[in-house]
Design a protein around this ligand. Structure first.
Ligand SMILES: NC(=O)C1=CN([C@@H]2O[C@H](COP(=O)(O)OP(=O)(O)OC[C@H]3O[C@@H](n4cnc5c(N)ncnc54)[C@H](OP(=O)(O)O)[C@@H]3O)[C@@H](O)[C@H]2O)C=CC1
Ligand SMILES: Nc1nc(=O)c2c([nH]1)NC[C@@H]1CN(c3ccc(C(=O)N[C@@H](CCC(=O)O)C(=O)O)cc3)C=[N+]21
Length: 300
């Protein structure tokens, strides 16, 4: 069996077209222009690329976009002061502080200061709690993107066995919550799990969110399973020229695609969905802040 390749890039384009329609409607019917502020501290080159993409796509869908680039040396107090200013700004409905932040800044303090009503990353304890008990609010961007791709590929997920490899607050835990809500049987595996290949072999749905290049091999995959590769690992690629790099997922794509029913590539899979879902969450928070019901096609 050769797997269907799940085209996250093209799905994300379609999602952004729908988002642009919702932005136009919010403007025309309610006089609301959804606004997203992205804060980046320091000069991590990877982060620079994502933040530039986020700002560009925010403008393309008709939203108001603000970008704050703070120097590596900025104090924690200055970052907190900026977050508080954005919390109070009525033109801003979403605040994202790009992680990681430099070592002298405590990410928990930053996250704890973001107004949960504007928490488009779904990082604050209030948002995580709402996600867990099914109240309306933003849903973590990468997990939401994975779920949209899964629904598009499989339809109803009820009763399927999902094995999530990774238990981070950013990806593993929230995707497990979402899949449970979809009536999957969910196994969460991590670095202490015994017999990881044996666990993954039971999965109808594999979510790989480990951060280890090509760790999950084709012979771990149950024939016909759907594989969502969240991993983004930048690897040196001297064959492309000096100093060049390429991206690898957490799944060994070449072997897995021979066994899986469907699989996301890296790049072009989950990554573009993450950014589109950030925009979707900004529509959700802008709607909720203004007492409107968020569009059902943009959330989980
Ligand atoms: N596509 C996208 O939009 C995004 C991609 N990413 C990518 O996803 C990947 C995961 O990110 P993130 O969740 O933040 O990473 P973390 O490093 O926070 O978490 C990794 C998880 O993998 C587990 N793990 C590590 N090694 C093993 C192993 N050998 N066997 C089993 N489990 C293991 C860890 O277990 P333990 O808890 O026991 O330590 C941990 O739970 C990264 O490649 C990251 O770049 C992240 C965010 C967005
Ligand atoms: N507060 C916060 N929220 C985040 O959501 C967040 C963050 N911090 N820090 C870093 C991670 C990582 N992340 C990605 C977003 C898009 C791609 C993406 O678009 N990837 C492209 C490739 C891009 C390239 O070529 O580098 C793809 O997979 O096709 C990847 C990774 C969001 N993160």
């Amino acid at each position: 069996m050769v797997a269907t390749i799940i085209d996250g890039k093209s799905f994300a384009e379609g999602l952004r077209t729908r988002i642009a329609g919702h932005v136009a409607r919010l403007k025309a019917e309610h006089g609301i222009t959804p606004g997203l502020a992205v804060v980046i501290v320091g000069h991590d080159p990877g982060s620079q690329v994502y933040v530039a993409q986020k700002a560009k796509q925010t403008v393309e869908v008709g939203m108001h976009s603000e970008k704050y680039e703070l120097p590596e040396t900025v104090s924690e107090a200055e970052v907190l002061a900026l977050v508080k200013k954005l919390n109070a700004d009525p033109a801003i409905h979403g605040i994202l502080v790009q992680l990681p932040v430099p070592d002298h800044i405590d990410p928990k303090k930053i996250i704890g200061t973001i107004d949960p009503a504007k928490d488009v990353d779904c990082f604050t304890p209030a948002s995580v709690g709402k996600l867990a008990i099914g109240l309306p609010g933003p849903v973590s961007c990468t997990p939401l993107g994975c779920l949209m791709l899964l629904r598009d590929n499989l339809g109803d997920l009820s009763g399927l066995h999902a094995v999530v490899v990774g238990r981070s607050n950013l990806v593993g835990k929230p995707i497990a919550q979402l899949l449970l809500r979809e009536n999957c049987t969910v196994t969460i595996a991590h670095s202490r799990s015994k017999d990881l290949p044996g666990l993954v072999r039971q999965a109808d749905i594999v979510i790989a969110a480990v951060g280890r290049p090509e760790m999950i091999k084709g012979d771990w995959i149950k024939p016909g399973a759907t594989v969502i590769d969240v991993g983004i690992n930048r690897i040196a690629a001297p064959e492309r020229g000096e100093g060049k790099t390429r991206l690898l997922g957490d799944v060994e794509f070449a072997s897995a695609k021979e066994v899986a029913g469907a699989i996301t590539p890296v790049p072009g899979g989950v990554g573009p969905m993450t950014i589109a879902c950030l925009l979707a969450n900004t529509i959700t928070t802008a709607s909720l802040i203004n007492g409107l019901v968020p569009p059902s096609d943009l959330t989980a």
